[in-house]
Design a protein. Structure first.
Length: 259
């Protein structure tokens, strides 16, 4: 196996949500740099590899990105097969793109492996379809956290008609609420807040836009959590309160199966 860095998504937490390709990369790894939010249970696939924690759980507050870059480069140049294991998908708020570019510029062979991103997993685990015919024609993934001062176009988000999935939002609930309300989103827009998605200790809190901050506070919502904002977040309620809507969907589905 030639020297290579695999940038691998470990999925949201449930080890069964790991891809077969991620398992293959782990099996071939000599060195695994493991990030925060990766369930260490997945390391059963690389019993012989050297494991290097590079997140907050590694003992330091946060491993500098430049140090991680150099570490990957050093091992790759020593002919090692390196797996950089990240929570969720490596390219969704995971710096996968930057790391791949940095390594390739230095002549290192890089392969990216998808993982199931937390936003998609969290919604599905709570039976929330992020897109739903007649309800949501799209989905927008957004981070509430920025290192630079780049601000989001909240008004466009509020009026997009797509389901919003917000990452890193627990500490920003007040700002998210204010911005979406100011952008014209309806006060009673359904919200689902999903903590530790796909793990045995997953918790979910359902609310509406105006009440989400208070509800999250009473619920003691903690990171990691994602927010799903939009009509689909009350999907179960929609089905219960509008039997006609459910019947129509079921009939259409039956029709599609037959045709
Ligand atoms: N690359 C990751 C995201 C990293 S950013 C992915 O694709 O999932 C970290 C943020 O992801 C957290 O602040 C939280 O908003 C979200 N997150 C990660 N794992 C999560 C989980 N199991 N449950 C809920 N949110 C999670």
């Amino acid at each position: 196996m030639s020297a290579k860095v695999w940038l691998v998504g470990a999925g949201p937490g449930d080890p069964e949500l790991l891809t077969l390709k991620a398992v293959r990369a782990l099996r071939e790894a000599d060195v695994v740099l493991i990030d925060d939010l990766v369930n260490e249970a997945v390391l059963e696939h690389c019993p012989g590899a050297r494991i290097i924690p590079v997140g907050k759980r590694g003992g330091c507050r946060s491993t500098p990105q430049a140090f991680i870059h150099r570490l990957m480069l050093r091992y790759a140049r020593h002919g090692k097969c390196v797996v950089r294991l990240k929570g969720g998908d490596p390219c969704i708020f995971g710096r996968g793109g930057e790391e791949a570019q940095w390594l390739r510029e230095r002549g290192v062979d890089v392969e990216l492996v998808n993982g199931i991103t937390a936003g998609l997993a969290g919604a599905t685990q709570c039976d929330i379809p992020l897109t739903l015919r007649g309800v949501a024609r799209g989905v927008t993934l957004v981070t509430a956290h920025t290192q630079d001062d780049s601000s989001l176009n909240w008004q466009a988000l509020a009026q997009s008609g797509t389901t919003l999935v917000i990452y890193m939002g627990v500490a920003k609930l007040s700002e998210i609420r204010e911005q979406l309300l100011a952008g014209g989103m309806a006060t009673d827009t359904p919200v689902a807040m999903i903590e530790n998605a796909s793990l045995p200790h997953q918790r979910e809190c359902r609310s509406v836009l105006t009440a989400m901050e208070d509800d999250a506070h009473s619920f003691e919502l903690k990171s990691p959590a994602i927010l799903v904002i939009g009509a689909v977040a009350a999907c179960e309620e929609i089905k219960r309160s509008q039997p006609r809507f459910t019947r129509q969907l079921l009939q259409e589905d039956a029709f599609q199966c037959r045709s």
